[in-house]
Write a protein that binds this ligand. Structure first.
Ligand code: SF4
Length: 297
């Protein structure tokens, strides 16, 4: 039997990660956005999905640590802030939580994909994670990025509570740049990636930032620029304006939202309407759940 869940959509939210999960596997999308609802409560029946929803890969987690420490450095501006020490503290606390399996009592605590699916032992993850994080922090500091950011006057730094959202024709669109500031008459957005991002990923983020600048901050799109910092190589890249097509991107958001909403019935989401994309099972957070359902249903 497939699950049928009543839904209470308060307006539809769209994000690049939502679109990407839907493309990865519509069934995984169902589990993430509908099936896991209420799973933080014991005996809800959705506890496993809720746990799996919160799993992260090592690389994504390290990227989020770099984002967190860079934000503290840039916005809180504490005296003598030591990025390396702050990152190590996040890393140690996270690994400690993973080894104690704290996610069993609170699924929002860190759980790593590689550990959950037996791809690596926790001590191996600790060793490789510490090395990789060290490399990322070296990139941030040795590339000159942190010195450059430190020189931006405090009043030019745009403080938000991340993630932020913009309304696009009734669709709430979410985005989460690492930092935003004003410089030389431009609004600059910084994103971080663990490896060289694809051209498409950079273009998508750059376009979203321009839309946000215009819709929310009333800043002309041509005055908004996105810089991507590659944590692996220490290189910063930007997307030329000529490669950005805002009208086309808005059309894409509408089409993609339509495709997702089309699978809902009037007031419910039915699991069977969200087809499986079995090609992606090896890389999927939900395979533990999905395999069980495949066996028992
Ligand atoms: S395990 Fe496979 S079929 Fe199931 S949700 Fe994940 S990708 Fe989709």
């Amino acid at each position: 039997m497939y699950e049928e869940l009543l839904i209470e959509e308060q307006g539809f939210s769209w994000s690049l990660s939502r679109e990407s999960l839907f493309a990865f596997c519509p069934r995984a999308y169902f589990y993430h956005y509908y099936g896991s609802r209420g799973g933080f409560e014991q005996f809800s029946g959705a506890e496993l999905l809720y746990q799996l929803k919160h799993i992260r890969s090592l690389d994504l987690w390290l990227n989020s640590i770099c984002t967190a420490v860079l934000r503290e450095f840039f916005y809180d501006n504490p005296e003598n802030f030591n990025i390396r020490r702050a990152a190590s503290r996040y890393f140690r606390d996270g690994m400690r939580s993973v080894s104690l399996r704290e996610w069993r009592d609170d699924p929002r605590r860190l759980n790593l994909f590689e550990a959950c699916y037996g791809e690596a032992a926790i001590n191996e993850l600790e060793e490789s994670g510490a090395k990789l994080l060290g490399k990322y922090i070296d990139s941030l500091t040795e590339s000159g990025l942190t010195d450059y950011l430190a020189g931006i006057p405090y009043l030019k730094r745009k403080i938000f509570s991340f993630p932020v959202s913009a309304d696009i024709d009734g669709i709430r669109v979410w985005l989460s740049p690492a930092l935003v500031w004003e410089e030389d008459g431009l609004l600059k957005f910084l994103t971080l990636s663990g490896a060289a991002p694809t051209e498409r990923k950079m273009r998508d983020a750059g376009t979203l930032h321009k839309i946000y600048a215009f819709n929310v901050m009333r800043i002309k799109p041509e005055h908004a620029v996105t810089l991507n910092f590659d944590l692996s190589s220490g290189e910063t890249r930007t997307v030329p304006d000529e490669e950005i097509n805002i009208g086309e991107f808005i059309g894409r958001i509408k089409n993609s939202s339509y495709e997702m909403l089309y699978l809902l019935t009037e007031d419910s989401a039915i699991e069977g309407n969200f087809i499986k994309n079995s090609e992606n099972c090896p890389k999927c957070r939900f395979k533990k759940y999905c395999e069980r359902r495949f066996i028992f249903t």
